[in-house]
Design a protein around this ligand. Structure first.
Ligand code: ARG
Length: 592
């Protein structure tokens, strides 16, 4: 990597490591990090403490020797010792200056590809055909979409797959219930095995009605449940009319889901589902049996996955139930095989709530054990639950299950209210206002989800999420819009961007924040944690705010070269802010 594309931190790191090495101390102690208390100096090295133990000297003596070595280095303005032997580091003005212009010249504002790029499948979303989506599916969609964008931005070859739930008992429910309503449909005639109509006998509203109807009946009536189970088995056994119905159900659902996910701004490369791997199941199961991995137990076929080191007992994975049905884990295993053979990924990520941890552990162990896929390359990206302001699991206002479209329109309404309160978008026509409210609402929902450490639970509170103050999506949109309006004003005034010459404290801090973008991205990727990127984008907006307050950009008294420098810094900030937001799946309006 050329020195030009290195961050200030990396350059300081090289110098400090060289100093440690010149003193015959292990270089790893020379690691530079962002300072815990940036008021003293932006960076620090804490390695003198460990090196002291190694060299059997006092930490302050070691720190002193290192500081002396750093004295004549042009990239370092100041190196001094704090506390028991921390080395505080302030980069030279010239280094910050060079780096600022390097960032401005970079199309990605300093972001780079990962050193090793891989083929990665991201399995997320996972709604179930006919069953309404719940907030777990929303979280999976928002987090999964952010991860797919992040991984792509980092240079990986990403394939996303919605992995529809379209192979369970709900299909038997639908078929049975439809038969009650329209018994004469050709699909129910067991003597006919081909020539079905190409148009669906049901639409999405029918499905939304039939499923709950059937599910309630089956709960109350054991015989009705048997009918649903039998229909499911017959479907799985390949009954042609049922298979044709299933295809209609899937097709109708995908059209509706594409609309919902489109409104959410979330895309999938593949719209496959559990049903797609049905043909692979029988041969896969036969092979597991032949290889001695699958065994009979109480009428079912299972794979034992428990390990001696388990603290909690992990039950065996059930491949085929005693009723002869392929289950959730079975379709997941067959899907791994399908993905392996058609896409040959290095890694598969599953963005699914915490509640399914045991399921994935069973599937991953079975995949590893049977030689289907290396267990270490299957990752469960877990997330916590969403609760309502009442502390209970989140439900919509009506108390029922969530509909994505309802949720989005609620967010838009809340955003409209907030825009009114803040006096924003006041001079716009109704269409533009509505469009802005839509973006603000989406930003509110997505950012408030992504900014949490994904493994924790959070409280769904549209009121708070849509606020223009604090760590929220709307605040970030406002920050971006403010810079856009500044750029428009500068253009009118004929001010053009020029070389960035950071002088003021707020300018230097802003440059160093901009310079930490690549680190945030790398870190977010490594940990699969979107909140790390949220933190960066938020710090960036805050650093810009401080700069904007402290440094007058277009004021008459500001010299022209300084105007151009500050304008360039603002333009650079906007580019990075929008890049960061885009990776989070958030879009900013031009004005508001
Ligand atoms: N359809 C499942 C559910 O609603 C989620 C699917 C997750 N992905 C997977 N490969 N199992 O719980």
């Amino acid at each position: 990597m050329s020195k030009h594309s290195q961050s200030v931190l990396q350059i300081l790191n090289t110098h400090v490591e060289a100093a440690f090495s010149a003193l015959d101390l292990p270089v790893e102690y020379g690691r530079v990090v962002v300072a815990g208390k940036p008021d003293i100096a932006p960076f620090q090295c804490n390695g003198a403490l460990a090196a002291a133990k190694f060299a059997k000297k006092s930490p302050r003596d070691i720190a002193q020797a290192v500081v002396e070595k750093l004295e004549n280095i042009a990239d370092i303005a100041k190196a001094d010792i704090g506390g028991p032997g921390f080395i505080n580091l302030t980069p030279a003005q010239s280094l910050v200056h060079t780096r600022a212009n390097g960032l401005a010249a970079s199309e990605t504002t300093g972001a780079r590809h990962a050193e090793v790029t891989k083929k990665i499948i991201v399995d997320f979303g996972g709604p179930n055909v006919a069953k309404p989506m719940h907030v777990g599916h929303l979280r999976s969609s928002v987090i999964g979409d952010c991860l797919q964008r992040l991984l792509r931005f980092r240079g990986h070859d990403v394939v996303s797959d919605i992995h529809l739930g379209d192979w369970g008992l709900q299909m038997g429910h639908l078929i049975t219930e439809l038969k009650y309503e329209q018994p004469d449909l050709i699909y129910f005639n067991a003597d006919i095995t081909e020539g079905y109509p190409t148009t669906s006998p049901v639409d999405i509203d029918d499905l939304a009605r039939l499923y709950p109807q059937a599910s309630i009946k089956a709960k109350e009536d054991a015989d009705r449940m048997v009918l649903s189970r039998t229909a499911t088995s017959e479907l799985q056994a390949g009954r042609a009319g049922y298979r044709a119905l299933l295809n209609h159900f899937i097709e109708v659902s995908i059209i509706a889901l594409k609309k919902d996910f489109g409104a959410l701004g979330v895309n999938f490369d593949l719209w496959k589902g559990e049903a797609a791997v049905d043909p692979l199941i029988a041969p896969m199961v036969a092979k597991f049996k032949a290889d001695g991995f699958a065994e009979e137990s109480e009428g079912a076929l299972i794979i034992r996955v428990a390990e001696d080191s388990d603290k909690k007992e992990l039950p065996p994975l059930i491949l085929i139930s005693s009723a002869g049905a392929a289950l959730y884990a079975t379709t997941d295993l067959a899907t791994i095989q399908d993905r392996r053979d058609t896409l040959n990924p290095d890694t598969i990520l599953y963005v699914v709530d915490f509640g399914q941890s045991s399921h994935f552990e069973q599937v991953y162990r079975a995949a590893g054990k049977t030689g289907l896929f290396p267990k270490k390359d299957l990752e469960h990206i877990k997330f916590g639950t969403v609760n309502g302001t009442d502390g209970k699991r989140f439900r919509t206002r009506a108390g029922g299950v969530m509909r994505l479209s309802d949720l989005l329109s609620q967010a838009k309404d809340a955003a409209t209210k907030r825009l009114d309160e803040a006096g924003l978008a006041a001079d716009m026509d109704a269409t533009e206002r509505a469009e802005i409210a839509r973006m603000v609402g989406l930003a509110a929902i997505k950012f408030s989800d992504l900014q949490n450490v994904r493994t924790t639970n959070y409280i769904f509170d549209l009121e708070r999420f849509t606020s223009f103050e604090g760590k929220t999506g709307p605040y970030l949109l406002y920050a971006a819009v403010r810079i856009k309006s500044l750029l428009r004003k500068a253009e009118k005034m004929g001010v053009v961007v020029g070389e960035i010459t950071p002088e003021a404290d707020a300018e230097k801090k802003l440059v160093l924040t901009l310079d930490s973008f690549n680190r945030a991205l790398a870190n977010a990727e490594e940990k699969r944690m979107p909140h790390i990127l949220c933190d960066h984008v938020y710090s960036l907006a805050q650093a810009f705010s401080k700069f904007y307050a402290d440094c007058h950009i277009l004021a008459p008294e500001t010299p022209d070269t300084v105007k151009s420098s500050r304008l360039a810094l603002a333009a650079l900030t906007l580019r990075q802010l929008e890049l960061g937001l885009d990776i989070l799946g958030i879009e900013a309006p031009e004005r508001m």
